[in-house]
Design a protein around this ligand. Sequence first.
Ligand code: PGA
Length: 256
Amino acid sequence: MRKKVIAANWKMNEEYYEGLTLFTEVINIINDEVTGEQEIIVCCPFIHLHSLAELSKGYSKISVGAQNLHQAECGAFTGEISAAMIRSTGAEYVIVGHSERRKYFNETDKLVAQKTDTALKNLLKPIVCIGETKKEREANEQYDVLKRQLVEGIFHLNKTDFNRLIIAYEPIWAIGTGVTASPAQAQEIHKFIRQEIAVKYSREIADEMTILYGGSCNSENAATLFSQADIDGGLIGGASLKSRDFVSIIKAYHVP
Ligand code: PGA
């Protein structure tokens, strides 16, 4: 059965001690109140990684991830962070190709492919984000855009490596806007992504792939989104910054 995941993306929020407090609250509430098999991943700024990874020890449901990495193994790249550095903090995951990185830092599909390779080589599990802009959706180009992002970003991987990914579908028009894709809209795209994976790899691999939805997901809309056949959880931005809100989303996902 494919893994069900709720991942937080704190983005550039939370000073050091604020992050520790938020994470501790989340752990405590989850420990007391959440049952079920869903995995919870908190993708925090680099400064929190090691402390959060330490705090998460002993809580098998919760893992920690970074939000970006550099594609090179190491070297003269002032201000950058490598996959090995991230791994050495105890983090297990890394977000790759978030639309904010694509937009503000000019990350291309080619770079997404390189970063994904470097992450996998260093035993990090990439959460690869894809999604179309409002303009692309209005022009009905979403399928072409998503297919290109899949082909150029991750379809070069062999089956073993591909199996280690999580994919997040995040329509850019829904991120941080308060506008969510309707459950039917999201399901349609998730089904399309899974179908493309089946064609490229196999039905079995497609059925095992965890595909998250992201974009203004909150405790009100989470349950219907997550009840769709091809949606296996969410990547949560704004609503992950308050422990109660984040845990309500986790609880909205009924995983036996
Ligand atoms: P949002 O962000 O939940 O604030 O829309 C989601 C994301 O960008 O991962």
